[in-house]
Design a protein around this ligand. Structure first.
Ligand code: ATP
Ligand code: MG
Length: 451
């Protein structure tokens, strides 16, 4: 038997006591919670359109060398977090994308998208990293990202940061702060690197395992440690910013001036580095104190060398990615109220003979923009009026539409208000749904999704 078709066995991943379950760290997103996701996505789409960023959709699976080459071998992601596998059918080395900048850059290069000038792009979708699942950290998680390719900045650096900030405002988020830094250029980092290694060698005893391993391969990444025992040695380390030349400093000043001109507050964090090797010059994170230790909701920076590294024609670029789960948790805590999705009408059908008329009427209502839910039969039949009204109530619909025999005989149906306490009812002609459909339409925000 093919192993994919084997009977589920207890103890296998995704199988509990003979039941198939989702993989650890990979979540189902169910209604009504999925309405939050749709709400966020709709807001992002509208915002991206206002900033003239266009949607790009790249595959969830890419070749493994794309990420190894793009992200850098000595990074958390490549060292230990990637879902990599060999395609059984052709032996190709593949990886579930752990992030999407590499994929976007691959697509941009492959399709020569910068031929006629810069491109502003955005994406949304699942990413995969084999991490220890905890609050705000999952194995399948979702990112929304913006990438501006073909622009040297710092004007576009400011634009893309302002775009993220506009999103926080749109979502009603309050305490999100911005940290920025400059990673300079590779030659400047070389000078800093030598001093950094010397510093960490002097304090080798306080370095943890990761720190020791990175000491000679990627010492800059030690600055990104989350180990509190290493805080002091990181704080006292030589600062990269002190090694930047005039051009890099001018770029950084340009970014700061653009942010200031827009009244966007920031702090310069000289220890801010990013998890991928591809960054240079501007880097930034948006951080909140409201989510415990996973407080970075959005991170990004400039990656002027990635495109050529992946095999495209050299071009500067800048981008960010936000963690949807973390942002949504913050929305839940302090964001705008999200309208609950409820139908405008619930169709009550006392007798099954009325089903064809009800179906037809609901079709006409929906075509006219009304959201309509039909009471569905069970093996026992339509159920009592009382049980149907209970269901109508539970659906959250503002109106019940009753397809009773007496009204139908006159070519009518009954509309009853369920929400305003008036119990007001009126009959409406089945032949001219269009004329009364607008009176049933609400803005679908009669309820709010709570916590
Ligand atoms: P962290 O330092 O938290 O591990 P990172 O530097 O690995 O984050 P990036 O690769 O920069 O994160 O991804 C951008 C954003 O995506 C993060 O700021 C975070 O909001 C989100 N994110 C990253 N990894 C996860 C994950 N495993 N689960 C949920 N969200 C994540
Ligand atoms: Mg990480």
């Amino acid at each position: 038997m093919d192993e994919n078709q084997a009977a589920p066995k207890a103890g296998k991943p995704g199988v509990k006591a003979g039941k198939l379950t989702a993989i650890k760290g990979m979540n189902d997103i169910l209604p009504p919670d999925s309405a939050r996701w749709e709400w966020l996505e709709a807001r992002v789409r509208a915002l991206m359109a206002r900033y003239a960023y266009r949607n790009i959709r790249t595959p969830v699976v890419e070749t493994t060398p794309l990420f190894v080459r793009g992200l850098g071998e000595v990074t958390d992601i490549v060292e230990k977090e990637m879902y990599s596998f060999e395609d059984r059918l052709n032996g190709e080395a593949l990886t579930l994308r752990p992030e999407n900048t590499a994929g976007v850059v691959r697509a941009v290069a492959e399709h020569s998208m910068l031929y006629e000038g810069g491109k502003r792009l955005y994406y949304m979708g699942p990413m995969f990293r084999h991490e220890r699942p905890q609050r705000g950290r999952y194995r399948q998680f979702h990112q929304i990202g913006a990438e501006a390719l073909g622009f040297a900045g710092p004007d576009v650096d400011a634009e893309i940061i302002l775009l993220a900030d506009a999103l926080w405002k749109e979502l009603g988020l309050k305490d999100v702060r911005l940290e920025i830094n400059s990673l300079g250029q590779p030659e400047e980092r070389k000078l800093h690197r030598a001093e950094l290694i010397a510093h960490f060698e002097k304090h080798a005893s306080v370095l943890d395992e990761d720190g020791k391993r990175r000491l000679h391969s990627n010492p800059l990444r030690i600055l990104d440690t989350k180990n509190p025992a290493m805080r002091e040695v990181v704080e006292s380390a030589p600062r990269l910013i002190d090694f930047l030349g005039e051009t890099s400093l001018a770029h950084f000043s340009g970014l700061k001036a653009n942010l200031e001109a827009n009244g966007l507050a920031y702090t310069v964090n000289p220890r801010l580095v990013r998890g991928m090797d591809y960054y240079n010059l501007s880097v930034f994170e948006f951080i909140t104190e409201s989510l415990g230790s996973q407080g970075t909701i959005c991170a990004g920076g400039r990656y002027d060398y990635l495109i050529e590294q992946i095999g495209g024609k050299a071009a500067p670029a800048v981008g960010w990615a936000l963690g949807v789960e973390r942002v949504l948790e913050l929305v839940k805590e302090q964001g705008a109220d999200i309208p609950a999705l409820v139908p405008d009408v619930y169709a009550i059908i006392p007798d099954a003979v009325a089903v064809p008329v009800a179906l037809r009427t609901l079709q006409a209502l929906r075509a006219a923009g009304v959201s309509a839910q039909m009471h569905a039969a069970t093996a026992e039949g339509m159920g009592s009026m009382k049980s149907q009204f209970k269901k109508a109530d539970a659906s959250g619909a503002r109106f019940a539409l009753i397809f009773g025999a007496d009204e139908l005989a006159q070519g009518m149906c009954m509309v009853k208000s369920l929400r305003d306490g008036s119990g007001e009812q009126r009959t409406q002609p089945l032949a001219s749904v269009d004329t009364w459909a607008p009176t049933l339409q609400s803005n679908r925000s009669t309820g709010i999704i709570h916590g």
